[in-house]
Design a protein around this ligand. Structure first.
Ligand code: ATP
Length: 236
């Protein structure tokens, strides 16, 4: 079976502030496919979130392109991009992006709205994922009634429920204790190990580099390969 892939080619993105142009991404080239974990390290403000937003089609580069399965995201309409994000290209946002007036179950169920699964299959899948993330007793709670770490887990459940082929995760273990962090990593890696999903993680440094296929440091707008030997030294 042909593997899906997500590829960034010569991405550039800057932001304008008055007359000043602030370059954030200067020449980003990246590829990920199911079975791979790509970790992007970088200081606060380096541009990790901007990169993930562009990779997901939520923002456009000034130049360069993003290809999903060989198709350029730029050429897709908004509804096609939304559908892609709902089903095949999952993003876990740093600020979670949960809908405040919806409870935990509803926030996850949204991604299965257009799925071919039966109502029973949808319900079973949502309950199972939320149970795996320790949220079975929070199904009816609104995001504001959850801790930050619980909200983060709902955001992760929402993405995993759609079984996307590529997962983009912005600091997925940023707001949880180490034990919960390890469980989240295990859940994110499960479809990767099965060869069903590729994972791109942006992190300040609290994601274990040992699980990565490739590690990069985002600095001055470019991705610099981070060698595994240096990586394991930095971990210890
Ligand atoms: N819409 C915007 N308008 C202007 N500048 C922006 C915009 N979005 C991002 N930036 C700038 O782009 C730079 C990179 O931001 P980004 O959020 O990607 O950093 P980051 O590496 O994810 O940081 P952190 O680890 O703190 O989340 C920052 O200097 C930020 O101010």
């Amino acid at each position: 079976m042909k593997k899906s892939s997500l590829e960034a080619i010569h991405l550039r993105r800057s932001f304008r502030k008055g007359v000043q142009s602030i370059p954030v991404l200067q020449d980003i080239n990246l590829r990920v496919e199911p079975g791979e974990v790509v970790v992007i390290r970088g200081k606060s403000g380096a541009g990790k979130s901007v990169l993930l937003w562009i990779l997901s089609g939520l923002d456009n580069p000034d130049s360069g392109k993003v290809l999903f399965d060989g198709r350029e995201l730029n050429t897709l309409g908004n509804s096609q991009r939304s559908e892609l994000r709902r089903s095949r290209l999952g993003i876990i946002f740093q600020n979670f992006n949960l809908i405040g007036s919806w409870n935990t179950y509803e926030n996850v169920a949204i991604v299965l709205r257009n799925s071919a699964l039966s109502p029973l299959e949808k319900s079973e899948r949502i309950h199972r994922i939320l149970a795996d993330l320790g949220l079975s007793d929070r199904l009816q709670n609104l995001p504001a009634e959850l801790s930050i770490g619980q909200q983060q887990r709902v955001a992760i459940a929402r993405t995993l429920a759609a079984k996307p082929e590529i997962i983009l995760a912005d600091e997925p273990t940023g707001d949880v204790d180490p034990e919960t962090g390890a469980e989240i990593i295990e859940m994110l890696l499960s479809p990767v190990k099965a060869g069903k999903a590729g994972l791109v993680v942006a992190t300040h440094g609290n994601f274990p580099l040992a699980v990565a296929t490739r590690v990069y440091t985002l600095s001055d707008g470019v991705l610099i390969p981070f060698e595994p030997s240096t990586a394991s030294a930095a971990q210890s």
